[in-house]
Design a protein around this ligand. Structure first.
Ligand SMILES: [Zn+2]
Length: 164
């Protein structure tokens, strides 16, 4: 799931925490933002350290410190952590990946063209797997929400020009 993570960031905006878009997207894609560069640089599997409990605990601690020192409101920090957790839940990492380094490093090599082929097939010739259905539902909800926001903005603009 790629687009579904972005959809979760869009939907999280409705919680009115005042969290900026960059925080929502960084938290929503966080595990992949850690793992993909590591996989490319060190020829590792695409889901590794970033998708583990270890990184989740590290991010939780970091957000706790950021909140404690007043750099981020508590609600925004909690939302960022929730988006990170939702990423892990929707990716269904294996036990070996989630409990890294307890079972060792998940093995596998990362091939960018294979990854591209996988995601192209996932979206362009989909199979009705639970992950695809979840991804499609999240994208549909997010697109609907963005459409509603766009219509509301247009109506506000129209009513403002009406009274000028
Ligand atoms: Zn992921």
């Amino acid at each position: 799931m790629i687009l579904g993570h972005g959809a979760l960031a869009v939907l999280a905006r409705d919680l009115n925490t005042g969290a900026p878009w960059w925080l929502l997207f960084a938290a929503s894609f966080g595990p992949d933002l850690l793992d993909k560069p590591l996989a490319i640089a060190f020829d590792l599997t695409d889901r590794g350290v970033g998708h583990s409990f270890f990184s989740l605990a590290g991010v939780a601690l970091l957000l706790l410190l950021v909140w404690r020192f007043g750099l981020l409101p508590g609600r925004q920090a909690a939302l960022a952590l929730a988006l990170w957790v939702l990423h892990l839940i929707t990716d269904f990492p294996t036990a070996m990946t989630f409990w890294w380094p307890l079972y060792g490093m998940p093995s596998g090599e990362y091939l960018l063209d294979r990854e591209f082929a996988h995601w192209t097939a996932f979206y362009l010739s989909p199979k009705l797997t639970p992950v695809f259905v979840l991804d499609a539902c999240l994208c549909a909800l997010a697109l609907t929400r963005l459409g509603v926001l766009l219509v509301a903005r247009q109506r506000r603009k129209a009513s403002n020009t009406l009274y000028l």
